[in-house]
Design a protein around this ligand. Sequence first.
Ligand SMILES: [Zn+2]
Length: 498
Amino acid sequence: MRTSVKIGLAVAGLPTAVVGLLLARWLTVASVQVHPEPLDVVVEGNEVASILSDLVQIPTVSRADGTVDSEAFDHLHALLESRFPRVHANLERRFIAAPGDPVVDGEQSAYGHSVVYVWEGSDASLDPGALLAHLDVVPVENRDAWSVDPFSGLVDDQFVWGRGTLDDKQGVVMTLAAVEQLLAEGFVPKRTIYLCYGHDEEVSGSGAKAIADTLLAEGVRLAWVLDEGGAIVEGVMDGLDQPVGMIGISEKGFTTLEIIARGTGGHSSMPPPSTAAGQLALAVTRLEARPMPASLSGPTGQMMDTLAPEAGFPMGLVMANKDLLAPVVKAVMSGKPKTNATLRTTTAVTMLEGSVQANVLPQRARAVVNFRVAPGDSAETVLAHVRDAVGEGFEVNLLGGIDSKPSPVSRTEGAAWLALQTAARQSFPEAVVSPYLTLGATDARHYTGLSEHVYRFSPYRVTGQDLDRIHGVDERISIENLARGTGFYIRFLRADAG
Ligand SMILES: [Zn+2]
């Protein structure tokens, strides 16, 4: 059953007076959408598409083993230099070495594949802003499933096809194309603008971290940071006809732990009633039955507040009354993985180990559980929850490796937020704009020590199906999106300069 129908039925079951109260509360919620004057910007979409096509043909693939194809990155940097002449004549380019860069003859290269461009502003008293994107892409796993060669950069009359066209080479090309065009127009930004492009976002983000550490060491404070991690998405929810420009104001953290059950071992011909593996299964069942608590506050709550006046019945009414209807809302949203993930820290049991042989009782059985940690939770609260959920008799340990905290929640007020909304509404007037919680990891998480205004938004309009192409099959972006997205960055930098 559709979510809106379920909620509609729940609301319909309430007494008339209560529905009247909910309705009255909904109708008094004012829209927070901005209504800027239109700003004409003409971008040659085919030109942007041609550059993106060139970039896609250079396979700057991040591999799980951490090896980097230096030649591909050198080639890519040379290409950027030739395709964006004004940027390279007017901005300072700094390569940043990172631990993820290759070690040559036992030495860490001083030259890195990650890069920062510095566009000097006219007012040195202002904190700089930073536009982020990443140069690497994920590998192509099932090439046969693709309709085109994923590294061909094929351009047809509507789309540029290939790995990296939505994640995130389009971000590199659109930001550089915007600056190139602004330079041609003689525009000078008020604040200094950094263009920061990491080279290994898809594995560790060591390049982004090295850039952020470098800026931090130089005493830089950033007025704002804008990275990928949101988009203009169609069909966000039933009852909301407009596409929504989802701007990530925080991203979830990442924590992994293990649960261990121990047994006596021995031959399986005379087993106890339950083995270590059986006990572990019990722990896993208990854990899955006790999800981390759901919360309607934080970025997801802010999104509901923002969209309530924009949506139709019943979702608008429900979101406007999410405090009163919290149990219903939480129950319905928990029912689908996509909405459940926006509500809480998620639990995913991903690996199981037991005995090494069919006729040997396990002395030790182990489950590995991955958590995507919502703002407000931490590795410690996750650990406490798991210990409590599985009960006595199990060992529960945090595992090292990739471990990140949820990002601080950036403010949805101030000049940068306004400039972002202004540019989004000017470039995509058919859409409404809303804060939300980014579920995946982005390079932006490394920059939260530099700014209180860290936002995650890729200015392209997509459907939910298009989003499945990211890291998937037949990744592509429309030429129209490339033109509109480049226009967005131009408008954003203009709005930011006041
Ligand atoms: Zn990405």
